[in-house]
Design a protein around this ligand. Structure first.
Ligand SMILES: Nc1ncnc2c1ncn2[C@@H]1O[C@H](COP(=O)(O)OP(=O)(O)OP(=O)(O)O)[C@@H](O)[C@H]1O
Ligand SMILES: [Mg+2]
Length: 236
């Protein structure tokens, strides 16, 4: 799913998602068009219920659109079967969530090793340690989540997202449970991964200070893109 300058990494056209609740249809996305190039860092903003998480889940191949097209690295995601989607999720996409989603009975290192286990990679403990070192947590490898601060737990989650060398990281309100100082530290990690390693980063946030770290902001409202602009003075 590498893409050259002509073909974007992510291209969605007329994307719609309707959740069916009993006999009621809930339209969450109502025709979204977005194109994102490899190496971009994008913040998605918008009020609660505007469809941000729905969009992220589709971009990360966790869910399928009701209609519309999604091309990832030029490949038509809509035409893929469940195995192909799972393979993309495992190998190409890293997820980071608001609530960290670490397994509490495992150490930091074991949490980071999990995706390697699922994708059948070797040298698991070595790779997991390397990933923890990349987020500055090499010394905490044997700690369990309850023995780590919120910011440290989120860094473990970022290491877990990184360990399979994804070209795309999707983070849904990654700083939502952190105070603003720690939130900025997490953002600088995403910024470094984006700048130094060319990883495409797409993150959802409610916070304008957090979105300032991204060069581009996409605004959603009622399931539609209402804003898509480059910001001046973004820290790169
Ligand atoms: N599994 C689901 N079943 C039915 N409706 C859903 C489901 N998930 C989301 N929705 C609805 O779809 C719309 C968009 O939800 P979504 O979670 O994408 O919003 P969001 O922008 O992420 O909001 P928030 O900022 O609160 O996280 C909302 O109206 C929501 O109620
Ligand atoms: Mg959400």
């Amino acid at each position: 799913m590498e893409s050259n300058s002509e073909s974007p990494l992510i291209q969605v056209e007329g994307l719609e998602k309707v959740y069916r609740l009993g006999s009621v249809d809930v339209p969450a996305l109502r025709g979204v068009d977005i194109s994102i190039r490899q190496g971009e860092m994008v913040a998605i903003m918008g009020p609660s219920g505007s469809g941000k998480s729905t969009l992220m889940n589709i971009l990360g191949c966790l869910d399928r659109p009701t209609s519309g097209r999604y091309l990832l690295g030029g490949a038509d995601v809509g035409a893929m079967n469940d195995n192909e989607l799972a393979e993309i999720r495992r190998g190409r996409v890293g997820f980071v969530f608001q609530t960290f989603n670490l397994l509490t009975r495992m150490t930091a290192q074991e949490n980071v090793e999990l995706p390697l286990l699922y994708s059948g990679r070797d040298r698991r403990s070595e790779r997991a340690l390397e990933a923890l070192e990349r987020v500055g947590l090499g010394e905490r490898a044997r700690h369990r989540p309850t023995e780590l601060s919120g910011g440290e737990q989120q860094r473990v989650a970022i290491a877990r997202a990184l360990v399979n060398q994804p070209s795309l990281i999707l983070a849904d309100e990654p700083t939502g449970n952190l105070d603003s100082k720690v939130g900025q530290e997490i953002m600088s990690i995403f910024g470094e991964l984006n700048q130094n390693e060319g990883i495409t980063v797409i993150l959802v946030t409610h916070d304008a200070d957090i979105s300032a770290a991204a060069r581009r902001v996409i605004g959603l409202r009622d399931g539609l893109v209402v804003r898509d602009e480059m910001q001046d003075g973004a820290e790169r």
